[in-house]
Design a protein around this ligand. Structure first.
Ligand code: UT7
Length: 329
């Protein structure tokens, strides 16, 4: 029989520096009004000079450890979902492990763009099945500002930096949250619609070359928008049906925080009332793989994860990748 797995601690961390829409008005040809109307975003957090993704994931991990009331020595695996790692090598999980004062664990980065955290939930749930006494630190962390073209108004207004973390374990505690089910999907034929291609083996840099635009996020926004809504709605319906739930049974929907219009469209098509849909995109922007764990960390800190609730997570990102997860508090 499959072992149930549980989230024992949640943590969110965003860097101190805030970049408002008014700040962006001074950088590119845009306006607070356009950004708010088209995306719902008012501000985003941006790392300070020298701060990297592992600084954010390690801080979120500390919050999750405190929330779980767990000794860090009990952690058995470190997983970090990111598309903006500190470096190509070593991975950000190893650096996070070091920054929280540990060594000797399995430490692995996961690459599934904005869907990385929900992909990580599935991987962590599988590890819990096979490993004795696993306590898995799963982080989603991004420094999107490092891969943002600050001259491209189509993308630079959308993204923010931050990290979230959870600790997943086979052992429940009084306030732990069950990971009931996860469903994932992908379609690589649509990979060029949302990409950070430059610097990879398909477009390597040459010594002395000026950094080309492909180093930064490139997106065909309208196409991504359509696929995002369709895919998230479809996977949520499948997951609810498989678990015998209707939209009325969902106490909180936490969609990937990409754009307020996408969030509203997903809620509406799933017939989940606005007041049951979690939103923080206005304050943090699109933080890619950090989006859902930041939302979870903030929901926990705000007392929104009381016992007995069905929480539906759904995500969509480059690849394309998408998925949904059902949690029971
Ligand atoms: O994390 C998962 C992946 N990302 C997403 O899910 C994002 C998905 N896409 C979106 O959220 C939206 O498509 C955007 C917010 C990116 C764009 O909104 P849109 O309503 O699809 O606008 P658009 O791209 O069709 O552009 C409309 C107009 C264009 O001008 P013209 O050609 O009509 O004259 C753009 O040049 O808005 C212009 N525009 C801007 N104007 C002011 C684009 N960006 C800006 C800007 N400020 N920042």
């Amino acid at each position: 029989m499959k072992k149930q797995c549980y989230i024992r601690g949640f943590g969110a961390f965003v860097p101190e520096k805030v970049l408002t829409n008014f700040d962006l008005e001074k950088m590119v040809d845009t306006s607070d009004e356009w950004i708010k109307t088209r995306t719902g975003i008012e501000q985003r957090h941006i790392v300070a000079e020298g701060q990297s993704t592992s600084d954010l994931t390690s801080q979120a991990a500390e919050v999750a450890l405190a929330d779980a009331k767990m000794n860090r020595e009990e952690l058995s695996h470190i997983l970090v979902a990111t598309c903006t790692p500190d470096a190509y090598c070593p991975n950000t999980a190893c650096i996070t492990e070091d920054k929280i004062g540990l060594k000797g664990r399995m430490a692995l980065d996961l690459s599934a763009a904005c869907s990385g955290f929900v992909y990580g939930l599935k991987l962590a749930s599988s590890l819990v099945q096979t490993e004795e006494d696993a306590n898995i630190l799963l982080c989603g962390g991004e420094t999107m500002s490092s891969r943002t073209n600050w001259e491209d108004r189509n993308t630079c207004v959308l993204f923010g930096d931050g990290a979230g973390a959870v600790i997943i374990s086979a052992t429940p505690t009084e306030n732990s949250t069950a990971v009931v089910d996860v469903e994932l999907s992908s379609d690589g034929s649509l990979r060029d619609l949302l990409t950070i291609r430059g610097g990879g083996s398909s477009l390597p840099y040459k010594v002395g070359q000026t950094v080309p635009d492909e180093h930064f996020i490139m997106m065909q926004g309208r196409e991504v928008f359509k696929h995002a809504v369709r895919s998230m709605v479809g996977v949520c319906k499948d997951l609810m049906e498989r678990n015998g739930l209707t939209p009325d049974d969902i106490d909180m929907l936490i969609p990937h925080q990409a754009n307020m219009r996408i969030i509203e469209a997903v809620g509406k098509k799933l017939t989940i009332a606005t007041e049951r849909v979690f939103v923080n995109v206005d304050k943090v922007g699109n933080t890619s793989a950090a989006s859902i764990p930041i939302a979870l960390g903030q929901a926990k800190a705000d007392g929104l994860l009381e016992p007995g609730k069905n929480i539906l997570l759904t995500t969509f990102g480059g690849g394309f990748t998408w998925g949904a997860a059902l949690l029971r508090t």
